[in-house]
Write a protein that binds this ligand. Structure first.
Ligand code: MG
Length: 306
């Protein structure tokens, strides 16, 4: 076997099939405050990502480096694209989800549920039927750094936003801090990061796995799937084989569908969130605290061709 790059730590032989012997971790840009929400736009050959404390959405491309895409961004955090390719953003400050239309206007998709204002929508994913699933923890309301202190009107929850009715229904409420989320490639399973109650002495922190019921819109299960150490799970993505690539305090942890830690990508900074992108969906983009990194891999993101 060829030696692996210094950034790769193999813990299970299956990981050797997912990484390249000749690809190193690349530092693409730095000097930010706290990065989150990476989303790849293949048609524009660029990555969009959130610099939450600086209240801006940034764009990176191989040709032009970093530029500003939206400022102010209303403290945008998690981002994704819908089935029509439009940008969906979670906003802390105005406690809502928005969609950037093809003509450049912005539509607010949802700002309340269960008769109350949302807390601070954190992360979002779009299912193959067009429904928008998002987490609504308290984190973005708790300090001035990521949007400004505000009062909560309801407990944290996980929601499914129906694209036709525009109504958000809670699909899981047994959460202290729902955060990143992603479906398995066949969309039979939904993984959700539980990042724990803010300030708790022993916060409940794990990745939980739900089964999507036959109706395609409700969940069952939700047991602990894996615990990240060191750190805890914030954001993650699933590759074409169903493995989770999850941010951690020491980089990226890759977890097999059976829950085994296959290996790590070691990164000098804490990784909050990541996504697959580039021409073939095989390049991993890492939002790592104050810096943006990338790594070419031997796998592809599960949904990169959407
Ligand atoms: Mg998050």
């Amino acid at each position: 076997m060829a030696p692996t790059p210094a950034c790769i730590e193999i813990q299970d032989p299956r990981f050797e099939q997912l990484v390249l012997f000749n690809a190193e971790l690349e530092l693409l840009a730095e000097g930010f405050r706290w990065l989150e929400g990476p989303v790849w736009f293949g048609d524009h050959r660029c990555l969009l990502f959130s610099d939450i404390p600086n209240n801006r959405t940034l764009r990176w491309s191989e040709q032009h480096g970093v530029s500003t895409f939206l400022e102010p961004s209303d403290f945008a955090n998690g981002q994704t694209r819908d089935l029509q390719g439009r940008l969906i953003q979670c906003h802390h400050r105005s406690r809502c989800l928005t969609r950037l239309e093809h003509d450049g206007s912005t539509t607010t998709l949802v700002s309340q549920a269960r008769g109350q204002r949302l807390n601070a929508p954190n992360d979002v994913v779009v299912k193959g039927d067009g429904s928008i699933w998002f987490s609504d923890p308290l984190y973005g309301l708790m300090n001035d750094y990521e949007g400004g202190r505000q009062n909560s009107e309801q407990p944290p929850a996980l929601y499914r936003l129906d694209p036709t009715s525009g109504i958000a229904e809670a699909v899981a409420t047994d959460f202290d801090g729902p955060n990143g989320l992603a479906f398995s490639p066949d969309e039979q399973l939904l993984y959700v990061a539980e990042s724990g109650a803010p300030g708790a002495s022993e916060p409940r922190q794990s990745i939980r796995r739900f089964r999507v019921n036959a109706d395609g819109r409700s969940l069952s299960g939700g047991d602990v799937f894996h615990r990240i150490t060191p750190g805890w799970a914030d954001g993650f993505r699933v590759d074409e084989h169903g493995n989770l690539w999850c941010g951690a305090a020491d980089g990226v942890h890759v977890i097999a569908p059976d829950g085994t830690l296959l290996g790590k990508v070691l990164v000098p900074r804490r990784v909050s969130n990541l996504c697959f992108g580039d021409r073939f969906g095989s390049r991993l983009f890492l939002c790592a605290s104050t810096a943006l990194y990338a790594l070419f891999t031997a796998t592809r993101g599960a949904t990169w061709q959407r």
